[in-house]
Unconditional design. Structure first.
Length: 153
């Protein structure tokens, strides 16, 4: 399987929408947000919004002309100590039939390379609570599990 990693730019939106629709067909009880006109409009608008330029990192795994995986992270800025040294993993996903073939590892390695170029040395991850996600993160190097929480606002 030949996989190439590309930055997600607005030229990739149609391929990403096709990827997300395929995800929902494969796992209908897993992804709970609708791919409607507002969702697509928000995605398109994110490429015109300057806030995303410095903080959003999104990479796509392509097999030929088809997106088979995606990883998204956000750089975390804080006045806490005046440094930028961490990012938050928003999402990593691979189409079901392309899992267990190294695609997610390749996406994660590519993200880590981008973060290193930006002098970011920590990636914060809130893991999904399913067995497949747990198995994936168990295979990752230099990972430290700690207690976390999430507040929905």
């Amino acid at each position: 399987m030949s996989i190439r990693i590309e930055n997600f730019t607005k030229e990739h939106i149609d391929a990403v929408i096709a990827f997300e629709k395929e995800l929902r067909q494969q796992e209908p009880n897993t992804y709970f947000w609708e791919i409607d006109e507002q969702y697509i409009r928000n995605m398109k608008n994110s490429f015109e919004d300057s806030r995303f330029a410095d903080s959003a990192i999104s990479l796509l795994a392509y097999q030929e002309d088809r997106v088979v995986g995606r990883i998204d992270a956000s750089i975390v800025y804080s006045h806490f100590d005046g440094t930028v040294y961490e990012a938050y993993l928003n999402w990593i996903c691979v189409l079901k039939e392309d899992r267990h073939k190294g695609v997610a590892q390749l996406l994660l390695q590519s993200l880590k390379s981008v973060l290193k170029e930006k002098n970011i040395d920590t990636l914060v991850i809130l893991t999904a609570g399913n067995e497949e996600a747990t198995k994936f993160y168990d295979t990752c190097e230099n990972i430290e599990f700690c207690r976390g929480a999430m507040i929905h606002i």
